[in-house]
Write a protein that binds this ligand. Structure first.
Ligand SMILES: *Cc1c(COP(=O)(O)O)cnc(C)c1O
Length: 376
């Protein structure tokens, strides 16, 4: 069994992908070809925003958004400590300071109450200027934007949604990528919408922000290619990857539906003995990961491995405990929820092509392991 089975998906779309790639080989516009423009049009429509700006990867997308927002030295950017390093790395690379915030123990997403405390504390200290917030839609579940959007508007903070794991999910009918001032995503192959290499995109309703992002994407170009109006990066989505994504986007809604079936199949069987994922009222997850919380994680992982079932731990170490962030001076115990979840979280095989029999096999293996404990 595969943790994420891209081969099954390829079987379904191979003819379409090949035809679209062949078309690119024939027209030869490998940089910013017509497929890129068409993908941006379709993605903007899918997410329900005015503008989509594609780029080289999800990390660049985050960095470009912060550059467009003018984030730099002296600025505090608030984000969750329970995420992939990329979310915070870009803050530091721009000379700003990440201020970590603990998570809600049910959703694993940034806790808005803790965020408010962190912003108040930073303002009171007066050393850093609160500038932006980057909530992450972890494992495909949108963060609590009902509260976060209102909070950021009131506090004058730039809200950047890290939707790298959540494209295709929604909250009260609004699609992931559309929240806050700007949303960013990744097309890394293992993400819900992945290409066959690196890729990323940004989403916004703000005309000015979109045009800044388009400029930053190509070295800060102005209307004249050789009159650069600001400093930018070189981060374009390859035309070939756009062609792949057009083929994948055509079946994406169907795949998101299939992911709901897999997740509910797991939860139905596992809820009796494990803490299964919580999906708040009004939310639909993209199920980038299906993650349970288990006290004896190593035992469960070992018995699943013996049964030929791969698992992964996202993430074994919150960012404030990573070696690269020791200089920020956080102590162990600073973010108790994230630290506890990092020790007990376990992700099971998850993709739209898991068969009923495989779901049953995984669930049975979990229930048979000695880590299963009846829940009341
Ligand atoms: C994958 C990921 C990124 C980075 O995306 P890349 O395309 O790999 O650069 C950023 N944030 C989160 C939460 C991710 O999962």
């Amino acid at each position: 069994m595969e943790f994420i089975d891209l081969g099954r998906q390829l079987e379904r779309i191979r003819a379409d992908v090949s035809a679209r790639m062949e078309k690119v080989l024939n027209h030869g516009q490998f940089i910013m070809g017509p497929e890129v423009a068409e993908l941006e049009r379709q993605l903007a429509e899918f997410v329900g925003v005015k503008h989509c700006v594609t780029c080289g990867n999800g990390t660049d997308a985050l960095q470009m958004a912060l550059m467009a927002a003018g984030v730099g030295p002296g600025d505090a950017v608030f984000t969750t400590t329970f995420t992939f390093i990329a979310t915070a790395e870009v803050i530091t690379l721009l000379g700003a300071t990440p201020v970590f915030v603990d998570i809600d123990e049910r959703t694993f997403n940034i806790d808005p109450a803790q965020l408010q405390l962190a912003v108040e504390k930073t303002r009171a200290e007066g050393r850093l200027r609160p500038k932006a917030v980057i909530p992450v839609d972890l494992f495909g579940l949108p963060a609590d934007y009902t509260v976060l959007e209102e909070f950021c508007r009131r506090e004058g903070l730039f809200l950047l949604e890290d939707a790298a794991q959540s494209l295709g999910s929604s909250l009260h009918g609004r699609m992931a990528g559309s929240f806050g001032d700007c949303g960013s995503t990744s097309f890394f192959p293992a993400k819900p919408l992945g290409c066959y290499g690196d890729g990323g995109a940004l989403f916004t309703n703000d005309d000015q922000l979109a045009s800044k992002l388009r400029s930053i994407r190509i070295h800060g170009k102005g209307t004249d290619k050789y009159d650069n109006v600001r400093l930018g990066v070189n981060s374009r989505l390859d035309t070939l990857q756009a062609a792949v994504l057009l083929a994948k986007l055509a079946i994406f809604r169907d795949e998101i539906r299939a992911r709901q079936e897999v997740a509910s199949g797991y939860s139905k069987r596992l809820a009796q003995a494990f803490k299964v994922p919580y999906v708040p009222e009004g939310a639909v997850s993209a199920w980038a990961q299906y993650s349970i919380v288990v006290d004896n994680r190593a035992d469960l992982q070992a018995s699943l491995k013996a049964a030929g079932i791969p698992t992964n731990v996202y993430y074994p170490k919150p960012l404030h405990q990573q070696t690269a962030y020791q200089s920020l001076g956080y102590q162990s115990g600073s973010f108790p929820v994230s630290e506890r979840i990092a020790e007990t979280i376990l992700s099971l095989p998850m993709h739209p092509y898991l068969e009923q029999s495989q779901i049953e096999l995984v669930a049975e293996a979990c229930l048979q392991s000695k880590t299963a404990t009846p829940r009341v």
